[in-house]
Design a protein around this ligand. Structure first.
Ligand SMILES: [Ca+2]
Ligand SMILES: [Ca+2]
Length: 205
């Protein structure tokens, strides 16, 4: 009368065998055997932001590896772009796509952002695959001018932490915010580190 219930004790790959003997007594007609044959290997996905060309450089291109997100130790993926120029009321739209295909993409309606005023912005997008659909994505566009020159780690003041942050950026070759340019020469170099240390020692640029 009740359905047959087979409990799976632990996650894994199983072989399931069900037998039915019409000649047996009611309680013996059905047998069900679960045999574990292996472990489940977690699938590592690639997440990429794809959207309007004004922010992402390519146009709704799910295959653009330049826009792959970077996985953090907490399992949350991040995409960062510093020094983005937005006109007043400029609109950005995007989705986060899984494995360079549109089969799985969030949010179902495109993420929509409109810059309130013209300026240079640092943009950070995060994606949490484990969160429910409404809370997977965060988008932050911070005016780049909010940080003063030398405040590389965006802590609000200039300290030895900024020297460390700048050296980290030089070593990893990541995007460098405008405020990391301390020597006035374009781009980030060891000259910016020297200028920053000079400032810490002397209190002036
Ligand atoms: Ca700082
Ligand atoms: Ca520089």
């Amino acid at each position: 009368m009740n359905n047959w219930v087979a409990n799976v004790a632990e996650e894994g790959i199983y072989t399931i065998e069900i037998t039915f003997d019409p000649e047996a007594n009611d309680e013996d007609r059905i047998t069900c055997t679960l045999t574990k044959t292996g472990d489940v290997t977690p699938v590592e996905h690639v997440y990429t932001v794809a959207g309007t060309e004004n922010l992402f450089g390519s146009y709704w291109d799910a295959t653009d590896e330049a826009n792959n997100m970077v996985k953090g130790e907490d399992g949350i993926y991040t995409w960062t772009k510093n020094g983005v120029e937005f006109a007043a009321e400029e609109v950005v739209e995007f989705k986060v796509v899984q494995d360079h295909a549109w089969t799985y993409a969030w949010p179902s309606n495109n993420w929509w952002y409109q810059a309130t005023e013209a300026g240079t912005y640092n943009v950070v997008i995060t994606f949490d695959p484990a969160a429910d659909d409404m809370n997977k994505i965060t988008f932050n566009a911070t005016p780049a001018s909010a940080y003063e020159m030398g405040d590389v780690d965006h802590s609000g003041d200039i300290s030895i932490g900024d020297v460390t942050a700048l050296i980290d950026m030089l070593l990893t070759g990541g995007e460098v915010p405008a405020e990391a340019n301390c020597d006035g020469q374009e781009g980030a170099s060891i000259g910016d580190v020297t200028a920053l240390i000079d400032y810490l020692l002397n209190g002036q640029w």
